[in-house]
Design a protein around this ligand. Structure first.
Ligand code: SAH
Ligand code: SF4
Length: 365
């Protein structure tokens, strides 16, 4: 059986090489070839002895997930769809801006957490992505975007904000994060790599201890009654515990604030009073707010809050001194906006199988 070397971070690759009687620096050389230079052909790794290359060809492969579609939006946003086998596919979005290029990466095929406004959640859950499938999205996007290892970075920031809940696939997400941060691989700064979570409190503590990066928390409601409805994991980890976990996270985080994401749902969570409740709730947590205009998907029960109401909501937060941005909706002409990532998921939970079929039909038309 061959192993896929994209499944290893530096420590894992060194351990694999040690098992083969090979030195650690050889592992680091191969790591650089794979990730810094985007090489998947052992024969091209010219500073590795031919005998070792031949051996690696027998026991190992370098296989990222295959790109099944690659679409460019009018605003420059680019969406990749990856085949991850078994009838499942996940999406990755590249968002170019003046001062950075952000890649939004998926961590699961589907998601078990079933937030009421999320297309991925409505499809149900199939499985966790492997490390090779998570880091392979960055590997493939770099290649497709024509990244030059000697030139300026095209992908300067990564957010684990695509399909799935990264902290529900902790081990694989963290191994992929380590590769993003590793100077022999992608060499990104911890401040430019963000994990977005709906609030798995105990795992937030693990992330802080094992691999602290920038943190975004999907809040979406200022009180438990409403959040229980929108983000069902709140019933297990209510707001008081979530706020305490954010404070603990900041003790070791590379940034001194948490970003709270807040999807704007017309008439549901967007009143002046909701904004004031939010200020009270987050009073003791250094934070910024990122308001996300709701992006509809087939069968979704909500409407987007109108722009003047979003502005008013933002104003209340800002007047209290909290930095608040409103996310530009980008890529919606190719269904690449937040919460529209549907990919293709064979639901193992059978929760929303009818809906999944609807989405597939809508997409294939
Ligand atoms: N599971 C993680 C990361 C993936 S979701 C999390 O929930 O944080 C990424 C972001 O998109 C989250 O803030 C999520 O709440 C938001 N989102 C989901 N569905 C959306 C929709 N239909 N419109 C706008 N944002 C949405
Ligand atoms: Fe899962 Fe995040 Fe969607 Fe909730 S918002 S269902 S946690 S992907």
């Amino acid at each position: 059986m061959t192993v896929n070397l994209l499944d290893f971070d530096a420590a894992g690759l060194e351990a694999f090489f040690a098992e083969q009687g090979e030195k650690a620096f050889r592992a680091r050389q191969v790591l650089r070839w794979m990730h810094r230079f985007g090489q998947s052909d052992f024969d091209a790794m010219t500073d590795i002895a031919k005998s070792l290359r031949e051996k690696l060809k027998r026991i190992a492969t370098i296989v990222p997930p295959a790109i099944v579609s690659d679409r460019l939006s009018d605003d420059g946003t680019r969406k990749f769809l990856f085949d991850v086998g078994g009838g499942n596919a996940v999406e990755t979005v590249f968002i170019p801006e003046d001062d950075r290029g952000t890649l939004c990466v998926s961590t699961q095929a589907g998601c078990a957490l079933d937030c009421s406004f999320c297309s991925t959640g409505k499809q149900g859950f199939n499985r966790n992505l492997t490390v090779a499938e998570i880091i392979g999205q960055l590997w493939q996007a770099n290649r497709a975007l024509g990244a030059d290892p000697a030139g300026e970075r095209i992908i300067s920031n990564v957010v684990l904000m695509g399909m799935g809940e990264p902290l529900a696939n902790f081990e694989n997400s963290v191994t992929a994060l380590r590769l993003m941060l590793d100077d022999n691989a992608y060499g990104l700064s911890r401040r430019r790599v963000t994990v977005s979570t709906s609030g798995l409190v105990p795992v937030m503590d693990r992330l802080r201890d094992e691999c602290p990066v920038a943190l975004a928390v999907s809040l979406h409601a200022p009180n438990d009654a409403l959040r229980d409805e929108l983000v069902p994991i709140n019933r297990k980890y209510p707001l008081r515990e979530l706020m305490a976990a954010c404070q603990r996270y900041l003790e070791k985080a590379p940034r001194d604030f948490v970003t709270f994401e807040y999807v704007m749902l017309d008439g549901v969570n967007d009143s002046d009073d909701h904004a004031r409740q939010l200020l009270a709730l987050t009073h003791d947590v250094p934070c910024k707010f990122n308001l996300i205009p709701f992006n509809p998907f087939p069968g979704s029960p909500y409407r987007r809050t109108p722009s003047p109401r979003i502005r008013r909501f933002a104003e209340i937060l800002m007047n209290a001194g909290v930095v608040t941005t409103t996310r530009k909706t980008r890529g919606d002409d190719i269904d690449a906006a937040c919460g529209q990532l549907a990919g293709q998921v064979r639901d193992k939970t059978r929760r929303a199988s009818n809906r999944v079929i609807d989405i597939h039909e809508a997409r294939s038309r």
